[in-house]
Design a protein around this ligand. Sequence first.
Ligand code: GUN
Ligand code: ZN
Length: 611
Amino acid sequence: MVNPRAQDIPLPEIREMGFEGVITNSYIIWKDSGLRESVLAAGIHRHLGFDGVVMTDSGSFQLYKYGDVEVAPEEIIAFQGEIGSDIGVILDIPTPPDVGRRNAESDLKETIRRAGEATRPGDMLLAGTVQGSTHWDLREEGGKAMGALDFDLHPIGGVVPLMENYRFADLARVILHARRFLPPERPVHLFGCGHPMVFALAVALGCDLFDSAAYALYARDGRYITPGGTFHLETMAEFPCSCPVCSGYTPQELLAADRAERVRQLARHNLHATLEEMKRVKNAMAGGALWELVQERAAAHPALLEGLKAALGFNLEAGDPVSKQSAFFYTGPWSLKRPEVRRHLERLARIEERARALVILPDAGKPYSRHYGTFSNRDYHICVLSPVFGMVPTEIDDIYPLSQHVAPGEPDREQREFMKAASEEYSRGFHRVFVHESLAWLGLGDEVIRDIRGTGKGDELMKLRAMADYQFGQGAGRLLFPEGTRVERARTGKIRRVYLEGEYIFTSRASDGMLVPTMAGARRMLLLPWPGNRVVVSDQEAAGYVREGRSVFAGFVTDCDPQLRPYQEVVVVDGDDNLLATGRNLLSGPEMLRFKRGVAVKTRHGAVNLR
Ligand code: GUN
Ligand code: ZN
């Protein structure tokens, strides 16, 4: 947020730091007739001296602070257009947390009414704020109503008091309820969120944009922002940062400087710290380590840990990538609620073929089947009881994250409870249950065993089928891998190639153990019941490009498996289920159906080379 009158930091410097957009307040401009005339004449970009994206707020904040504004809702929207704002905001009614239901409801009604009457000036993007205080059903209603109207993005409003009071659990609930019915293709803006300690959590909950004057307000208070928390300048011995401010000054020197200089330099540092965390979040997302960063931040402040726990009370599995480049870190009992664990517990039930005798072994070196020297077969279903994922059948142990996770050695109490519950549930339905002696504390099973001598060799076909069931859905293994399917293994024991009737159909990717089809394998994937694991491109011309191996743009996706999670292996087909390509989807099913831009599937092979 920049002040339209006087900036603490020159905007060219803000641009140079790497900020691509700023937000300023159109109501402050509108209210001051001299300023209004000059901004109307120059346009907001020239007035600010900023050639990036300029978003303008509407005066809602003043409405919240002073109870009233002098401008009409439609007038301030039109004015934002007239000054050349790139993104305008409706004059929503910010309802603070904990407001009685009746008031929250009538405020929300009025916000929705104004949203319905809002008309977009020219090509300005328009933001429809979701309100509803801390009433979850009102947040959902607000999201539903705003999402049904013609907006480009949706801020979540009325949350500044939650952040000021470190109520991150309620913040998480507000975000998740507000987002629940918003169209997935519209960016979500978290109004007034400027403390970098919240960014990772807020992004994990689906927020895309942030704005705040915190960097300047904190600076005026002599406060120094870090991603782990805030320090008062007087308490600092060193600056734990290498930005130009922190390289150029010591805390003592800044304390000795005159106030204006101190505030300016602190604000500069605070902006650097803000941007740095934003980049850290983006980097974590790209590397599949966003939850690891959220956990790291939560370790720095109990209020953030509360936020993380509240967030993981929701099932966030559907939007979470099935494969990541970095390992899953268990940092405490909350990790057991992460999407990766929920997904494993759900997908376990997909495995169709299991022997009737269950063997439960303790956690060991990964992959487990290498450690134990065998895996399940027709007589014994051999599982490891992981303190992080619960029951892990040895035939799927290569698949992410079952081999790609790290936890402290000794399970804590919650893990032991989780292990007990998971093994008890899984054991049901087996004829006999053998439990390793080190797991006798489970009090489970018909017989305690010391080792797995006598359980025999692993069954290759069962393993392949289990992997396919787990990855593509129940029954996929039977359809993809009939009797006669042959496996070629690397010297390490890992599956390298899968052949059927002499044809190379699948590989198992070394990094995450996922089955990846060749073009011949992709053709077999058409045996899976429609629309399973499919992305449909009906347009003839677009289909032609995809067949040549180009990526699939979301705008051309006409149908797909609604259960697709990001980073699966999918087949791309035309409207008649003819194979066009195979590749990896970057978006979830619901996302690719709605997004108009961006890559939906990164194509690996196009069908043009198919004989
Ligand atoms: N800035 C901080 N909170 C809000 C809000 O709820 N609405 C608007 N329009 N601006 C804000
Ligand atoms: Zn610094």
